[in-house]
Design a protein around this ligand. Structure first.
Ligand SMILES: N[C@@H](CCC(=O)N[C@@H](CS)C(=O)NCC(=O)O)C(=O)O
Length: 241
């Protein structure tokens, strides 16, 4: 049988692939990694060839040799299954809470992810967060703080879980934009712990070596007076959240 293969996007762009990659690595599942260059202009050709075997024509995709699994969330759940449920809390209430946090992220989480692209986490200079973005960060940090208080840390639900990995790209964005965590000490410690996790650090080290991918609306958004919570459909960048 052929070895399982995970198709991942460019590491400083593909927040979705990062989540699947982290979960699979943490599960101990063995796979080969196939990088897919999702920068323009080759993006369209490369994603079209993914579309030949995976209906959404997007990354990540895991080809187990028997099954094509084509969504980051499905790949993460598969990682939990192959690790005999090590990657989700045992307690069913905690597991439901973890899945709520995961689903929220997977469904878009917050307009912050569209405004502060994953790509921008790797820019050499960062714009300051606006007041509205700061308020939105506090809404997120409150949601992180709750399970940290309830389960005592150090990760969201005690041991590292899919919920932590699902939120890792958001933590990277916010930490690298110096979001103010001073009112949220547990969240601050958890964010640092997650950034120092060997698998997160491995992904970021490679992402930091790549030339950054610039989006013009990065600076425009900083001046944008429109309310933060709004329809962000159609906006670049292409990989958010
Ligand atoms: N819901 C999908 C989203 C995956 C996604 O949007 N991936 C981006 C790259 S980060 C992509 O390949 N987009 C395809 C396109 O732009 O056509 C998942 O969770 O895997």
């Amino acid at each position: 049988m052929t070895r399982p293969r995970l198709y991942v996007g460019t590491k400083n762009a593909s927040s979705w692939a990062m989540r699947a990659w982290l979960a699979l690595k943490a599960s101990g599942y063995e796979f080969d990694e196939e990088p897919v260059d999702i920068r323009r202009p080759q993006r369209f050709r490369n994603l079209a060839s993914i579309g030949e075997f995976s209906p959404p024509g997007a990354v990540p995709v895991l080809d187990t040799g028997r099954t094509v699994i084509y969504d980051s969330s499905a790949i993460m759940e598969f990682a939990n299954d192959v690790s005999e449920n090590r990657l989700l809390p045992r307690d069913i209430e905690a597991r439901a809470h973890a899945r709520s946090l995961m689903a929220w992220q997977h469904a878009g989480l917050s307009s912050l992810c569209h405004r502060i692209s994953f790509e921008s986490a790797f820019y050499p200079l960062k714009r300051p967060l606006t007041g509205a973005e700061h308020d939105e960060c506090n809404r997120l940090f409150r949601a992180y703080e709750a399970p940290l208080v309830r389960h005592g840390g150090p990760y969201l639900f005690g041991e590292v879980s899919l919920a932590d990995f699902m939120h890792a790209p958001t933590v990277v964005r916010l930490a690298r934009h110096s979001a103010d965590t001073s009112a949220w000490p547990r969240t601050r410690a958890w964010m640092q712990l997650l950034l120092d996790h060997p698998l997160v650090a491995e992904w970021l080290a490679e992402a930091d070596r790549l030339p950054h991918i610039w989006y013009d609306d990065y600076l425009v958004d900083a001046r944008d007076p429109a309310p933060l919570l709004r329809d962000t459909a159609g906006r670049s960048p292409e990989c958010s959240p």
